[in-house]
Design a protein around this ligand. Sequence first.
Ligand SMILES: NC(=O)c1ccc[n+]([C@@H]2O[C@H](COP(=O)([O-])OP(=O)(O)OC[C@H]3O[C@@H](n4cnc5c(N)ncnc54)[C@H](O)[C@@H]3O)[C@@H](O)[C@H]2O)c1
Ligand SMILES: [Zn+2]
Length: 345
Amino acid sequence: MIVNIKLPNNTSYDITIDTLKELSYERKVVIVTNPTVSGFHLDYLMNKIKASELSVVTIPDGEQYKHMQTIESILEHCFEHRLNRKSLLIAFGGGVIGDMTGFAASIYQRGIDFVQVPTTLLSQVDASVGGKTGVNNKFGKNLVGAFHQPIAVNIDPYFLTTLPKREFGAGIAEIVKMAVTFNKEFFEWLENNDLNDDENIKIAIAKSVETKAWVVSQDEKENGIRAALNYGHTFGHVIENETNYDTYLHGEAVGIGMVMANNLAVRIGYMSEDEAQRVKQLLEKYDIPTTYSIKDVEDFYEHFFLDKKSLDNKIKFIVPKSIGDCEITSAISKQDVIATLKDFK
Ligand SMILES: NC(=O)c1ccc[n+]([C@@H]2O[C@H](COP(=O)([O-])OP(=O)(O)OC[C@H]3O[C@@H](n4cnc5c(N)ncnc54)[C@H](O)[C@@H]3O)[C@@H](O)[C@H]2O)c1
Ligand SMILES: [Zn+2]
């Protein structure tokens, strides 16, 4: 299945969800990957690529390496292999590899092409689409980066066969996010179908990608509705931060965050309690955590202001009005937010 994403500047690219076909390029190509992904799948990918010259740069695995020094090492590889402005990078891994490869491509000789071959569920349904690239620094996550769209995204669900169960759940949390924010029908389909089934996961990836492509085509640079994809993230980022990024996977923190956002939505008279329960049940079906114990409510609240999305000192909350329809607002009273946080003590 192919989803085409159209951007405001009249460019577009295809997102293909299928067994990887032969990829043929008449230019120098560098695959960027890590030892985990290459151990499982590099041969599979190499067998499908034809290029005038092909090399691989392997960077260490982990979010803790998502920083400028790693970008520098990718660039060095590119210079050593004499890549020119026509050359191409291929991001082969999860969201960490995708974000870094995209960023390296955006600055190498002022910008070269790159292709996404995402291998985690989270990167297949979310991170590989939409052109946000970047790295972390000591001030926070993804604070340095660029919008740089890939020229193609090739999603092969086969890669998921080696993905640990928790990572799979983390990806499902982002799928649920797409459905709750924008697509009621998809949410109902998710309630009635098992994503452990090979055909179903393909459908779910395609639906999520379709949703994300539609959102990004409306608002590439996140001046408006793209921010709705941060549903669950306002709370989730604080949870990740409070637990030093070593307790929950990002998608798991987002799972808890969505439950918190729903609590707030119910409180202010938006989504019904019954709908909030349905979201929670769907997450729990895949063992995604939905509970969290906040130690200090005021402290948790203060953490919101450290997030880059609130640099102007306003916290943006994404609250569902109902399943499939949400609102982005900075007009929720501190009192309501604190009341919600107290429900998670
Ligand atoms: N650009 C965006 O729009 C966007 C959106 C969401 C998330 N992100 C970013 O994505 C990152 C998270 O991505 P992620 O969840 O994919 O994490 P990840 O890239 O760290 O991958 C998770 C783990 O799975 C391993 N892995 C990857 N593919 C595998 C496979 N097929 N089999 C077995 N193991 C495999 C990885 O090596 C890693 O250890 C974060 O840095 C986040 O900021 C970006
Ligand atoms: Zn996310």
